[in-house]
Design a protein around this ligand. Structure first.
Ligand SMILES: Cc1cc2nc3c(=O)[nH]c(=O)nc-3n(C[C@H](O)[C@H](O)[C@H](O)COP(=O)(O)O)c2cc1C
Length: 188
């Protein structure tokens, strides 16, 4: 059994991030006994940005108590995290950035992750421009940050809706790939 946490940082319920994450989770569920939590960050109401108080460097936990705290705790307990964000002005969405900054609490005073070792992460980035250009800076930055937080980043899925003319849900190859990534998380 694996605990899997998926984070969707797009506000679009029928959007590309949701379609890709749904396919990953469908693959991960199947007949397995995986436990899956899905957090739609845009639906959270009591949300604060990182205060930079560095209390987490002593306690190992973020000092704030809001709905992001629940997401942080779920990620802390998880074996595998699926992080997804659309590209907004060449970066992650504001919804994702709040969580990202609060995950500073996963880094100890020694600069090393304070999470249990052996966690896996999957990154999903959606954009509108050419995938290799529009998402590149975001993918590159998050690919550097996620391992610093203590995760082994094993898969990255990038999708462009080509200026809003395509939907991830209609892309059979993409859905199959996302499902296969999910399948690889079964009981691992
Ligand atoms: C505020 C805003 C800013 C955006 N900025 C970019 C951008 O800089 N580059 C890009 O390729 N797409 C940009 N997009 C398009 C989205 O990244 C794209 O439509 C994405 O596929 C949406 O994913 P979602 O359906 O998961 O929300 C922007 C969209 C919005 C609403």
């Amino acid at each position: 059994m694996s605990r899997i946490v998926a984070v969707v940082a797009s506000p679009r319920e029928e959007g590309n991030s949701n379609a890709i994450v749904d396919a990953i989770l469908e693959g991960a569920m199947g007949l397995s006994t995986n436990i899956i939590d899905l957090y739609a960050l845009d639906g959270l109401r009591l949300v604060h940005g990182c205060r930079g108080c560095r209390a987490c460097k002593t306690s190992g936990r973020c000092a704030q108590d809001d709905e992001i705290s629940d997401v942080l705790e779920a990620i802390r307990e998880a074996d595998c995290a699926v992080f997804s964000t659309p590209v907004y002005f060449a970066a992650e969405s504001a919804q994702f950035k709040v969580l990202e900054d609060r995950m500073f609490s996963f880094i100890g005073a020694d600069g090393k992750p304070n999470l249990e070792p052996g966690k896996r992460a999957i990154l999903v980035v959606t954009c509108s421009g050419p995938e290799d250009a529009a998402a590149a800076a975001t993918v590159e930055r998050l690919s550097a940050i996620i391992p610093r937080l203590g995760f082994d980043l094993t898969d990255t899925i990038v999708f462009s809706d080509a200026g809003g003319t395509r939907r991830a849900a209609d892309d059979a190859d993409l859905m199959a790939r996302a499902k296969a990534v999910g399948l690889s998380m079964r009981n691992t």
